[in-house]
Design a binder for this molecule. Structure first.
Ligand code: NG6
Ligand code: CA
Length: 506
């Protein structure tokens, strides 16, 4: 009897403590950011796409809040990701444009990042997918055959499984933690972005070896029948198979969620879809009526569904906040002949917006953004002005974490807007185009600063929004930025011009 009593006295508090801790911990909601690549404002059915059906992605919108006026900070990948992770505008720092695949780490590891914010708050933090922010020491870059650092881990991610740059750039390998995954040390990787290295065939010399032909550039080393930007040789055992990437990274993301199911976690899941080269798994090939680009949207929808299914299976759905968005606007022919243009079938990748990826027009930066957190975020639509720059400060507020050097941040706490408690969005939003032309949106107006850049990028057939004259649009009635009202509205023009100047000078 005494023994039973003893056991009860011993085990009941131990049992309670374990379980209370688990549930106390579980009160901190998990956070997942699904960050897609080049997905446009009109590319998914919850934003009005008719030719392609995205039921899984739509589920996030149906269970949460869909933003009609949310913006990436830039019309290209590297600066948008830089801003999302650091809370600072990339245009404040030189060298943060589209990064080559052998760039050194662009983010200073001493600065807070969205990952370090969550880590400090006691979260398990993980990144899976596209990085494209450089790796390795300044002036040196990544050591593909050794320790690849600093990188995501030094910036606050506990675990990291990444595609180092973009899928169209060498080296075509995954980096797991600090090392290239599956690398055979007797077959070291060599990468060169200036001149050929090794004797692997290139797209220029051996077009007969290609299963996907370039339309412009992208004609250097061939890996898996696809010629890339940059030259590489070696690392055969580590090369990715494009058609498997979505399965590989989805499994990694699922594994991360499973491994951390009982702890609060933050997952930054950056898909390679729907960026070029679009080489989807055979499960999706030819399944849309829009060619490879539509198929890639279907594959992205599957990926998203697997994440949602995993949360359901682990009973984490109600305690997980999900954000789904894109790094920049859409593009059709971004370097490969994949029939994205020919098979568009009337689909409007940027919806009603003008321009797309690379562009100063809103097609470049106004992107889909949905957020769900069942029971905490009311379902519906938010027209509030929102910028991804604010995710860092918002999640700092969310986790009760004090940011160390707040004064240097462009990020503001917009948590109430994100959670649908406030309709008062940002006072203004700043957007950056490929050639660093800046625009500012305030209320119903948008100003694009004068720029001598080209009007059109002929390779991708994209209007870039450059104009040597200032542009001013009343986007409330002219979302397609057709009527430049700069001359007839000198007061508004002066206001937005000086606002932009003030932000630049800060
Ligand atoms: C461009 C590439 C384009 C794409 C882009 C990066 C050329 C002509 N074009 O330089 O194909 O790779 O960089 O895309 O090389 S992003 O979404 O990562 O910014
Ligand atoms: Ca992109």
């Amino acid at each position: 009897m005494r023994r039973v009593l003893y056991l009860l006295l011993y085990y009941i508090p131990a049992f309670l403590s374990v379980h209370l801790n688990a549930s106390a911990q579980q009160q901190k909601p998990n956070v997942i950011i699904i960050y897609t690549d080049d997905l446009g404002y009109g590319d998914i059915s919850c934003y009005g796409a008719k030719n392609v059906n995205t039921p899984n992605i739509d589920r996030i919108a149906a269970n949460g809040l869909l933003f009609t006026n949310a913006h990436a900070t830039s019309a290209t990948c590297t600066p948008s990701r830089y801003s999302l992770l650091t809370g600072q505008y990339a245009w404040r720092k030189k060298g943060t444009g589209i990064a080559p695949g052998d760039a050194a780490l662009l983010i200073n590891p001493n600065k807070p990042t969205i990952a370090s914010v969550f880590k400090t708050a006691g979260y398990q933090t993980g990144i899976v997918g596209k990085w494209h922010l450089g790796l390795g020491e300044q002036g040196i870059g990544p050591n593909w055959n050794g320790d690849i650092k600093p990188g995501p881990i030094e910036l606050g991610f506990n675990s990291s499984f990444i595609l180092p740059a973009t899928v169209d750039r060498v080296p075509c390998v995954y980096v797991d933690g600090h090392h290239v995954a599956n690398l055979d040390p007797s077959d070291p990787i060599k990468v060169d972005y200036k001149s050929p290295i090794g004797n692997w065939p290139t797209g220029t010399q051996h077009p007969e070896l290609l299963k996907l032909k370039p339309s412009h550039q992208h004609d250097q080393t061939i890996v898996n029948g696809i010629s890339r930007i940059g030259y590489m040789t070696g690392g055969k055992s580590a090369l990715w198979v494009d058609e498997e990437i979505s399965t590989v990274i989805t499994n990694k993301a699922v594994n991360f969620i499973e491994a951390n199911a009982s702890k609060p976690f933050f997952l930054y899941f950056a898909t390679h879809n729907i960026h070029v080269p679009r080489a989807v798994n055979k499960r999706f090939a030819g399944k849309s009526n829009m060619g490879a680009r539509g198929d890639a949207i279907l594959e992205l929808d599957w990926t998203t569904g697997e994440i949602l299914k995993t949360l359901d299976r682990l009973k984490l759905t109600n305690n997980t906040l999900i954000i789904f968005s894109s790094d920049n606007g859409p593009v059709l022919d971004d370097g490969y002949q994949d029939e994205a243009v020919q098979k568009l079938n009337g689909h409007q990748p940027a919806g009603p917006l003008r321009g797309g990826k690379y562009s100063a027009f809103d097609g470049g930066t106004r992107v889909p953004l949905m957020i769900s957190w069942p029971g905490h975020i009311k379902k519906g639509i938010s027209n509030a002005l929102f910028s991804q720059i604010d995710l860092l400060a918002s999640f700092a507020a969310f986790t009760g974490n004090i940011l160390p050097d707040k004064s240097n941040l462009d990020s503001e706490n917009a948590l109430d807007v994100l959670l649908g408690k406030s309709k008062n969005g940002r006072e203004y939003v700043i957007e950056q185009s490929l050639n660093n032309t800046l625009s500012v949106i305030k209320g119903d107006w948008k100003y694009i600063e004068p720029s001598n850049g080209p009007l059109i990028n002929k390779d991708v057939n994209m209007e870039l929004g450059n104009n040597p004259e200032p542009q001013l649009y009343y986007i409330k009635n002219d979302i397609g930025e057709k009527h430049n009202l700069a001359e007839s509205n000198p007061k508004k023009l002066a206001e937005l011009k000086s606002l932009l100047q003030n932000v630049k000078n800060r």
